[in-house]
Design a protein around this ligand. Structure first.
Ligand code: ADP
Length: 718
């Protein structure tokens, strides 16, 4: 009897063996149904076992018709599981996320003009036939032709329309790499040429594309994609973006260049579209996929090129469930696929830079903006020397610059990475701060919706009239600014200006984003006030002044990347100014004008910043010079969480080059009632930190009510 090991998409330690029924032929990577306990589960053939008496094993129940998961994908899953210290089934679960794409897809019945001319051809009938030159659903046909359903039925009876059956999930249009491209600048062409050479020779070839905002990185990507389409006719291309807000603009540029819309994969497409993308990707027919980080786990038949745009962006790190960094995992996947990978950014991460400096990645540089556009001039406003008026947040220097900009009929962007009106609400009488009931975080006041909101869990409540702690009436005051409060100040200072807020509250879906971006591009907004959502990607030709309301926000806290992140965020946001023919300016308000990251921005000297930041991190062995991990313990009571943390502590063993701090409550010591304790682990680069974490984790047990999570390379320290 033939046997197979089947990996199930569940957090189980290993794959289970099953016998293969005589009539079934299975290969590695085939997707099958198997019994598990009382249930039937879908899994993947992970190993073929020699024939043996398997009488005590249960049989495989069913094999699906979808293509098998490729060898490189299976190797990648095993690698990711080991690296992330998680059961391989948990990684597989990321791949098998579209169960309805595994079997034969749904069909739909459509009407199509047959060419037969009906006896009585009146206007209504003629309109229907005109709209039925392409297959179309009967109801939709009646609607576009503006007729009742009886007209359509009549034409079917008369034989002028026929019904056809067709799969709902159609292949994507085939991109055409031979369509005319814009001529590249010499430096863009050099970069594209080197990538093209790598694609032609094949094999794993990582590139860092280091290009300032507006230097034309996207043009280089398009050229690389065109090369990949031609050189590797069965190869597929994956473009990973950090924000779905950016996909529409990129999708449009790809469509423009290749005459076909790429397949998409992100949280904003519906289940039917996901099913289609998954199926077409697995079949190898979808040649180009643009998606968010989870697109990395799509079942590509053969990947030839991966592009990670804005590789430094922290949204590539998933912080719950499977805790992975999509950029790092993309490099690993490219290795198994023997593919070319491009990590592009205007503000590359120190990790990527170090890899390039060490010769592991080939570095391509686009040093200046395309055409005549210049990078903006950056100045700091020392808030100690030039403070805003009482209960105001904009320094007189910034207000003056705004007035000058508006007088020139140009646009202003004010940047503050804080949603809502005020980040904290407290009682003047007793000092009580309004907190979420089950989470250790302050409630943020939102004036427009008149609610206090927990940004972590979504909990919200009406703002009470009296303090819930001491009962004082009208004593609750709003402390500090959010974008709504800055907007109120802008309205007060510039009553004639057209002012809008751009945050996830006002731009909650891609359509709202498009609408706001459209108004800004059309010059219908004078002052845009935005959170980090405005910092990236957008191109507003009349925007010439960027004001950063509070540059110090990101500098606090125990995050080793705080300085780097501030630098990246502020240079991205400053990069919004002066994209076209008008020079731009950025004014940054701060209490710490001597800060290295801010000084580097003013000097436009990124290398100086990188050098200082590298030295600082190397000195303490922080990433990327050392490795980090976090071990989180969560439980519903303090006693339970402390007992589990104690058990974890007791299981720790000394290892050379490894330091462990904790357990300690992190800043967010409770989320949704879950009490949290954390260990932080730092190790030298020579240490196999995944192996250390796995051994430690095997050494202690916790009750089923306690959660333990390991985060390799943590990016959030809350
Ligand atoms: P990045 O991705 O580096 O921010 P983009 O590719 O978006 O830069 O280019 C910035 C602007 O310059 C865009 O408006 C783009 O259309 C234009 N641009 C870049 N390269 C070229 C080129 N070779 N020919 C024409 N326009 C270009």
């Amino acid at each position: 009897m033939a046997r197979v090991s089947v990996l199930l998409p569940l957090p189980l330690p290993e794959a289970f063996d099953y016998v293969v029924p005589p009539e079934m032929v299975l290969g590695l990577g085939d997707v099958v149904d198997v019994p598990l306990g009382q249930n039937v589960r879908t899994g993947v053939v992970w190993a073929l076992k020699p024939d043996q008496d398997g009488s005590n094993l249960k049989p495989v129940l069913k094999a699906y018709g979808c293509p098998p998961l490729s060898g490189p994908l299976r190797q990648f899953i095993d690698f990711a599981a080991r690296y992330l210290v998680t059961p391989p089934g948990q990684v597989l679960a990321m791949v098998l996320r579209q169960p309805d794409a595994l079997g034969p897809g749904p069909f739909e019945r459509l009407a199509l003009a047959s060419g037969v001319v009906p006896d009585r051809l009146n206007d209504a009938r003629a309109r229907v036939l005109e709209h039925a030159q392409q297959p179309i659903a009967r109801a939709a046909l009646a609607k576009v032709a503006g007729v009742g359903s009886a007209v359509v039925t009549g034409l079917l009876k008369a034989g002028a329309l026929r019904e056809i059956e067709r799969p709902v999930d159609l292949p994507f249009d085939i991109p055409d790499p031979t369509r005319p491209a814009r001529p590249l600048s010499d430096i863009q062409a050099d970069a594209a040429h080197l990538i093209g050479k790598a694609l032609a020779s094949g094999g794993f070839q990582p590139f860092m594309l280091d290009g300032v905002t507006g230097s034309g990185k996207t043009e280089v990507y398009l050229e690389a994609v065109a090369k990949a389409l031609v050189d590797q006719p069965d190869g597929q291309i994956l473009v990973l973006l950090p924000e779905i807000a950016l996909t529409q603009a990129i999708v449009a540029r790809f469509e423009d260049r290749f005459g076909a819309a790429p397949a998409q994969w992100h949280s904003d497409i519906g289940p039917a579209q996901k099913r289609r993308t998954w199926r077409e990707v697995a079949a190898g027919r979808a040649r180009i996929v643009i998606g968010a980080r989870s697109a990395l786990f799509l079942p590509f038949a053969k990947l030839s090129l991966i592009i990670v745009d804005e590789e430094h962006d922290t949204s590539f790190k998933q912080e719950d469930g499977l805790r992975y960094h999509a950029r790092d995992m993309a490099v690993a996947r490219a290795k198994f696929e023997q593919a070319t990978i491009i990590l592009g950014s205007a503000t590359p991460s120190l990790e990527t830079r170090l890899n390039a400096d060490a010769g592991r990645y080939q570095r391509l540089v686009l040093p200046s903006r395309f055409g005549l556009a210049l990078l903006p001039e950056v100045d700091l406003i020392d808030l100690k020397a030039h403070p805003p008026e009482r209960d105001h947040w904009l320094s007189p220097l910034l207000v003056q610059a705004m007035a000058d900009t508006l007088a020139r009929q140009e646009q202003v962007l004010l940047f503050l990475n804080r949603r809502g009106y005020a980040p904290v609400v407290l009682c003047r009488a007793c000092g009580h701060r309004m907190k979420a009931p089950d989470t250790e975080s302050w409630l943020v006041e939102h004036k427009y919706s008149n609610r206090l909101v927990c940004h972590l869990t979504g909990f919200s409540m009406r703002k009470p009239d009296a303090c819930p702690n001491c009962g004082a009436k009208d004593g609750l005051v709003s402390v500090g600014p959010g974008v709504e409060r800055i907007a109120a100040e802008a309205v007060e200072t510039f009553p004639d200006a057209r002012i809008a807020i751009f945050s996830s509250d006002t731009a909650h879906n891609p359509q709202a984003v498009r609408e706001l971006v459209g108004r800004m591009e059309a010059g219908e907004i004078d002052i845009l006030i935005g959170t980090q959502i405005v910092a990236k990607g957008h191109n507003f030709p009349k925007l010439t002044l960027v004001g950063v309301v509070d540059a110090d926000l990101g500098l606090k806290g125990g995050d080793p990347r705080a300085g780097e992140r501030t630098y990246q965020m502020l240079s991205q946001v400053a990069g919004r100014a002066g994209r076209a023919d008008r020079p731009g300016r950025a004014l940054i308000q701060t209490h710490y004008p001597d800060n290295e990251a801010l000084q580097a921005l003013v000097m436009g000297d990124r290398e100086a910043f990188i050098e200082a930041e590298s030295l600082g991190r190397a000195a303490v062995g922080a990433p990327p010079y050392g490795r980090m991990a976090a071990l989180h313990i969560m439980a519903q009571t303090d006693d339970a969480v402390d007992a589990a943390a104690e058990a974890a502590s007791a299981a720790l063993f000394p290892a050379e080059g490894v330091e462990v701090w904790g357990p300690a409550p992190p800043p967010l010591a409770m989320i949704r009632g879950w009490r949290r304790r954390r260990f932080l682990i730092q190790a030298s680069r020579e240490v196999d930190l995944s192996a250390f974490m796995a051994a430690w984790r095997r050494g202690f047990k916790v009750p089923g009510s306690v959660r333990v999570a390991i985060d390799m390379d943590p990016h959030s320290f809350l």
